[in-house]
Design a protein around this ligand. Structure first.
Ligand code: AVI
Length: 306
């Protein structure tokens, strides 16, 4: 059985029902996510790009020259270009992603744009173990983890992931991490419930993917995208709510949904800078610098081993 089948069946047995958000990103999911990033209401991308454009030189100074860059969950690469252009003498760039086509297309484009740069893509799920290609002696490693992807992990898992990435970066290196900041819940609501319905399509695509890849029989029209901010938990929760009592078969197993029952598809944690520094501390990292956009929506943090 595929990991997707195992994880989905396992998540459907839980109460409340859950599925890991990493399964959003099949080819259609990746495209829908790119569309989300272009929405005016989805401020994280715009805010992070503003930070990288405005503070690129200072970020490059914090990271230092002669560095290799690894990017887990690399995606389409606009932020990557801003970072690579700001840094002084990058030897090697290692994008790590599950989407093979996007990974190789991005790698090819970067090789053309940065002829002096060695680009060695790794097709892997960065939440598991992955090998980084052989590096030249003495190379320092910066792990670039933008987009607030760290927010999609529950705090304990996030600390585990940060400490794994810290081991990858080694003693002289560090992690450049994008985090979404706590803010007016009305802005969060708009960002995760856009009027054009792109986020809804992105969320529902998980069921489409299960039908196509696993032969599941989700009646996609009988589920509704529902995202809300829980201020107590400090996270946006994306759910798919069953509009009626129904049964679904996944990998030969039958699952019952009550009318109104949610399937949680994603958590997106929002942090205060101090809170995130504490989380990083639990992973053996110190936040030495942070850059925030003009509206105080998003931060890019440079973390180094303690
Ligand atoms: C990838 N990740 C950081 C996005 C987020 O905001 O948590 C995924 C997303 N979900 C809904 N819109 C965007």
């Amino acid at each position: 059985m595929s990991d997707f089948a195992t994880d989905l069946a396992h998540g459907l047995r839980r109460r409340p029902k859950r599925v890991p958000s990493k399964y959003f990103y099949d080819a259609r999911g990746a495209l829908l996510f790119e569309q989300i990033c272009r929405l005016a209401a989805y401020y994280p991308t715009h805010a992070e790009l503003e930070i990288l454009r405005r503070h690129g030189a200072e970020i490059a100074r914090a990271i230092g020259p002669d560095v290799d860059v690894v990017e887990p969950g690399s995606g389409a690469g606009l932020k990557t270009r801003l970072l690579l252009s700001a840094l002084e003498r990058v030897g090697l760039y290692v994008p790590v992603d599950v989407s093979r086509e996007q990974l190789h297309a991005t790698a090819e484009a970067l090789r053309r744009e940065y002829p002096a740069l060695a680009v060695q893509p790794v097709c892997a799920d960065f939440t598991g173990d992955f090998e980084v290609p052989e590096r030249h002696a003495g190379a320092r490693m910066a792990v670039f983890f933008p987009g607030s992807t760290i927010g999609n992990f529950e705090p304990v898992e996030a600390a585990v992931l940060l400490s794994r990435l810290a081991r990858l970066s080694g003693p002289g290196g560090g992690l450049l991490v994008g985090i979404d900041l706590k803010k007016d819940p009305a802005l969060l609501h708009r960002a995760y419930n856009d009027e054009s319905g792109v986020t809804a399509a992105f969320n529902l695509n998980l069921l489409v993917r299960a039908n196509v890849e696993l032969g599941a029989d989700f009646a996609v029209g009988r589920f509704r995208h529902y995202a809300f901010y829980d201020p107590g938990e400090g996270r946006v929760e994306m759910t798919l709510v069953s509009l009626e009592r129904q049964e679904v078969v996944v990998a030969g197993e039958r699952f019952a949904f009550e009318a109104g029952e949610p399937l949680t598809t994603e958590y997106s944690y929002k942090y205060e800078l101090g809170q995130f520094a504490e989380l990083a501390g639990a992973a053996g990292l110190v936040a030495t610098k942070a850059w925030v956009d003009g509206r105080g929506m998003f931060a890019v943090v440079w973390l180094v081993p303690r």
